[in-house]
Design a binder for this molecule. Structure first.
Ligand code: T5A
Length: 203
């Protein structure tokens, strides 16, 4: 099974992943955890460029760098792991590109479809979207000392991203699940874990 986690800055994906890792390990359920950008050696170099706030990157260049990272990720990690019947959870994937580069940066969704669809990338079985009011997410993210190139964007950028994710959830109710991440960490974990276990039992 292939699961993706989505959400805007500070929504709590990394926190949720730590709890899921611990739970799956304890219960001997095999999962491979991965993330974008930067899961492969090559992707790590691309991640450094993408998050570097000392440089300016054109939105189209940004998109192609993210797709380069994704192709390495899919071919070196996601496809081989799924082929071994090991479940995969990725922190961010295709929906992030439509949300950030599409809704956020203003690249048309038709254009993104034209460059992404021919890649025939695996489609997640479920996507958990951690939803949080933008200001709350940014407040959480700003606890970190150093903001990256994305985190420096203005609030409207993140509002567009959040609206896009919420719309996606309405359009894809069988794949896309909204988790209210203003709830406390334990509750976010319980809801997410139960959704994943339900889906695992179905397959
Ligand atoms: N990107 C990525 C694109 O633009 N397009 C793409 O196609 C892709 C793949 C990656 C950036 O790349 C962009 C989007 C991103 O900006 P990243 O460093 O990987 O950047 O960061 P993010 O994925 O944005 O993740 P963050 O680290 O910002 O946030 P998390 O992981 O969602 O949040 P987390 O768990 O670190 O939590 C933040 C703080 O909140 C607390 C935590 O303790 C922590 O202090 N917290 C809670 N507090 C209260 N209640 C809860 N339920 C809490 N959960 C967490």
């Amino acid at each position: 099974m292939f699961i993706t986690l989505e959400g805007s800055e500070g929504a709590g994906k990394s926190t949720l992943i730590d709890s899921l890792k611990e739970y799956f390990k304890k219960n001997k359920i095999e999962f491979h955890f991965t993330r974008e950008p930067g899961a492969t050696k090559e992707g790590q170099i691309l991640r450094e460029i993408l998050l570097n706030k000392a440089i300016e990157i054109d939105p189209y260049t940004e998109t192609f760098l993210l797709l380069a990272d994704r192709l390495q990720h899919v071919s070196k990690i996601i496809i081989p792991t799924l082929a071994e019947n090991i479940n995969v959870i990725s922190d961010r994937y295709i929906d992030s590109t439509y949300a950030y580069q599409g809704a956020g940066r203003g690249i048309s969704l038709e254009y993104l479809d034209q460059i992404i669809k021919p890649l025939n990338l695996p489609v997640p079985d479920i996507t958990l979207y951690l939803d949080l009011p933008v200001e709350e997410g940014l407040k959480r993210a700003k606890h970190r000392d150093d903001l990256d190139r994305f985190e420096e964007e203005d609030i409207k950028f993140f509002e567009r991203i959040r609206s896009f994710y919420l719309e996606q959830a309405k359009k894809n109710p069988n794949r896309f699940f909204i988790i209210d991440s203003s709830k406390d960490k334990e509750e976010v974990f319980e809801i997410s874990k139960n959704l994943i276990l339900d889906k695992l039992n179905e397959t």
